[in-house]
Design a protein around this ligand. Structure first.
Ligand SMILES: [Zn+2]
Length: 274
């Protein structure tokens, strides 16, 4: 079984010092690729260093809506420099109306600027959205023909948003929150997602999975724990776990586009993608 963790933060201080062992444990559990997302200019160098050190790590650079008030004035220049240094994605970027007081107009500005850069450089994006779907969807409509993979990380928009977001070309990534038995909203959303748009993630070191009715918040989540997410998803979809893993791996490669070559060097792109 080959798994791809579509969204995690190995540069986070809770797991960074142990990164070698974290990656090894992930590989032992079949996690052959990870998208490691930066959240603010200050962690991008660590993300870059990890990606250079470990083959399975694909780096991603972005400014999270929680940290937009902390960025240096030349953040766009810095972001572009990182994106051009290494095949990489844009993210974690997004909108959040629950967990931050940062003004929505400023959040929108940062999101749109980063989406524009992703379009210009033809890079996939990883998007965080909490209680802001009505603002996100019109923005994504403007990027519908941008030709970039759009991942909705730890999808929490419910089943009623799915069709609209499918039409906008989005991929839906489910995290350990899916494994919470009480999270019926995520379970019904998962069932509605077209198989070719499904991704899985851990958001390590956050969002611990529920295992045998227990959620352990005392230890950091690791990409090795992606197994719990796929096992739960396979049960819910009544699918063979290996078939689901193949499907999600293929989706991950399609979502990543050119930057996926690091983990799947033999992938073929049509001449229009070159
Ligand atoms: Zn995250």
């Amino acid at each position: 079984m080959k798994l791809f963790d579509s969204h995690c933060h190995l540069q986070d201080s809770r797991i960074a010092a142990d990164a070698g062992n974290v990656v090894e444990r992930a590989l032992n559990k079949g996690v052959a690729g990870l998208l490691c997302c930066g959240s603010e200019t200050s962690d991008w160098e660590d993300v870059l260093r990890l990606a250079r050190r470990f083959t399975p790590i694909i780096p991603s650079f972005g400014i999270h809506p929680w940290y937009i008030h902390e960025v240096p004035p030349n953040w766009q220049e810095i972001l572009k420099k990182y994106l051009l240094q290494i095949p990489s994605a844009v993210g974690e970027i997004g909108l959040d109306q629950k967990f931050t007081a940062n003004p929505m107009d400023l959040q929108e500005y940062f999101l749109i600027e980063q989406l524009r850069m992703a379009e210009e450089l033809q890079r996939p994006v990883s998007i965080h959205c909490v209680k802001a779907w009505h603002i996100l969807t019109p923005i994504l409509s403007d990027f519908k023909n941008a030709g970039i993979g759009i991942q909705l990380h730890s999808y929490n928009g419910g089943s009623e948003m799915v069709d609209k977001l499918v039409n906008l070309g989005c991929y839906f990534s489910f995290s350990g929150s899916l494994t919470r038995l009480k999270n019926k909203k995520a379970h019904s959303a998962l069932r509605r997602i077209p198989p070719e748009r499904l991704l899985l993630e851990t958001d390590a070191p956050d969002i611990p999975p529920e295992i045998n009715g227990k959620i352990d918040f005392s230890v950091p989540t690791e990409p090795a724990g992606l197994y719990y997410v796929i096992r739960f998803a396979a049960d819910l979809l009544n699918m063979d776990i290996d078939d689901l893993a193949d499907r999600v791996w293929q989706n991950s490669i399609t979502f990543l586009g050119q930057i996926g070559k690091k983990i799947q060097p033999d992938i073929h792109f049509s001449s229009s993608d070159e």
